[in-house]
Write a protein that binds this ligand. Structure first.
Ligand code: CA2
Length: 147
C-alpha cells in the first residue's frame, strides 16, 4: 500500500489556538483528521507528525526512506532558513511536496525565499487547511505517474 508521511514544523502545534486572524481556527488535530479521511478515501496509508525541533524533523525525514513513498512537508519558518532540511530532503531521494497554509509569496519578503522549493517536486500554498488534501492528491499523482 502506498504510504505518505505528512510532516509539520515549528509552531504548527499552535494552530487554531493563537493568531486565528493569520492562520484560522482549524487545529492541527483537525488537519490530521482531514488527512486520515482523505487517505482512507484513496486507500493509502498516511503518517502525520509535528516537531518544533529542526533535528527531529531531519531524523523523521531520514527515517521516511524505506518506510514511506513520499513526504508532504510544511516546514514552517525553517522553510526560509534551513539548509540542513534542504540537504536532508536531497539525501533521502523521496518525492517531497512543499506545503504552506498561507500564501508565502504574498507575505513579508523574508518568506518569499524557500530552501525547500529547489529540492521539492512542487509547492502548494495559500489554501489553508484545504492545501493538505490537495498535496496528498498531488503527491499520489506524482507517485502513480512515476511508478
Ligand atoms: O503558512 C504556513 O504554513 C507557514 O509554513 C507557517 C509558518 C510560517 O513561518 C511560514 O512562513 C508559513 C508559521 C507557523 C506558525 O503557526 C502558528 C500557528 C498559530 C499561532 C502562531 C503560529
Amino acid at each position: 500500500m502506498t504510504s505518505i508521511l505528512i510532516l509539520n514544523g515549528p509552531n504548527l502545534n499552535l494552530l487554531g489556538t493563537r493568531q486565528p486572524q493569520v492562520y484560522g481556527h482549524t487545529t492541527l488535530a483537525d488537519i490530521e483528521a482531514l488527512c486520515h479521511q482523505k487517505a482512507a478515501a484513496l486507500e493509502i496509508g498516511v503518517a502525520f507528525s509535528q516537531s518544533n525541533s529542526e533535528g527531529a524533523l531531519i531524523d523523521m525525514l531520514h527515517a521516511a526512506r524505506g518506510s514511506h513513498d513520499g513526504v508532504i512537508l510544511n516546514a514552517g519558518a525553517y522553510t526560509h532558513s534551513s539548509i540542513a532540511l534542504m540537504d536532508a530532503i536531497a539525501s533521502i531521494e523521496l518525492p517531497v511536496v512543499e506545503l504552506h497554509l498561507s500564501n508565502i509569496h504574498a507575505r513579508e519578503a523574508f518568506r518569499h525565499k524557500s530552501y525547500i522549493a529547489p529540492v521539492a517536486i512542487g509547492q502548494i500554498c495559500g489554501f489553508g487547511a484545504a492545501g493538505y488534501p490537495l498535496a496528498i492528491d498531488a503527491l499520489l499523482g506524482h507517485l502513480r505517474a512515476n511508478a
